[in-house]
Design a protein around this ligand. Structure first.
Ligand code: GLN
Length: 192
């Protein structure tokens, strides 16, 4: 009997923030998940999700656990990564430097703590995603290798650079699995 193809193993950075909702979405889309708290948890992953939360707290946690170097090395080695909200901030030039973009924190204004919008994302078929923005960043600048996938009020809120995807919003809080499915397709396209 032919064996079932192995499910991709996706790490979810679990120092702080909304990692559990990402794990649920990944499980629903056919991935195995592993919570990442120390460098050893990064071994053997097929991809990594950096969730939303609070980027200053997450930066401190990454420093405390000695994760910055290993994460940067995996970034340089081309491991697929998905960052949402604070995760987008962590991927930018001023933080882990894994994507060639600059995030502006709380860019939609402090008064507007959160809002929802229907956002059309290039590469994701089936109509707009219901996107939840919570003190969300936007992308103020990016290099030529970065493709903007979505904008809100003219500001980029989703981008891809090779196998890295960053979104300003929380897709993991809706019931719509299409962003995670899109990410897993990028993971499956990677040469092993
Ligand atoms: N405003 C937060 C930060 O700057 C991000 C918010 C979020 O991840 N929901 O870290």
């Amino acid at each position: 009997m032919a064996s079932e193809p192995r499910q991709p193993l996706i790490g979810v950075l679990a120092l702080q923030g909304g990692f559990e909702a990402h794990e649920r979405m990944l499980s629903r889309t056919g991935a195995d998940t592993r919570e990442v708290r120390v460098a050893g948890d990064l071994e053997g992953l097929d991809g990594l999700v950096i969730p939303g939360g609070e980027s200053t707290t997450m930066t401190l946690g990454i420093e405390r656990e000695g994760l910055a170097g290993p994460l940067r090395r995996l970034g340089a080695a081309g491991l697929p990564m998905l960052g949402s909200c604070a995760g987008l901030i962590m991927l930018d030039r001023d933080h882990l430097g894994i994507m060639d973009l600059v995030a502006v924190r709380n860019a939609f204004g402090r008064q507007i703590h959160s809002f929802e919008a229907d956002v059309e994302v290039r590469g994701i078929p089936g109509g707009p995603l219901r996107a939840i923005f919570i003190r969300a960043p936007w992308i103020a600048d990016h290099g030529p290798a970065v493709e903007v996938l979505a904008t809100v009020e003219g500001h980029p809120v989703a981008a891809r650079e090779g196998s890295r995807v960053a979104v300003s919003f929380h897709a993991e809080l809706s019931h719509d699995v299409r962003l995670h499915r899109y990410f897993l397709e990028l993971v499956r396209e990677q040469p092993v």
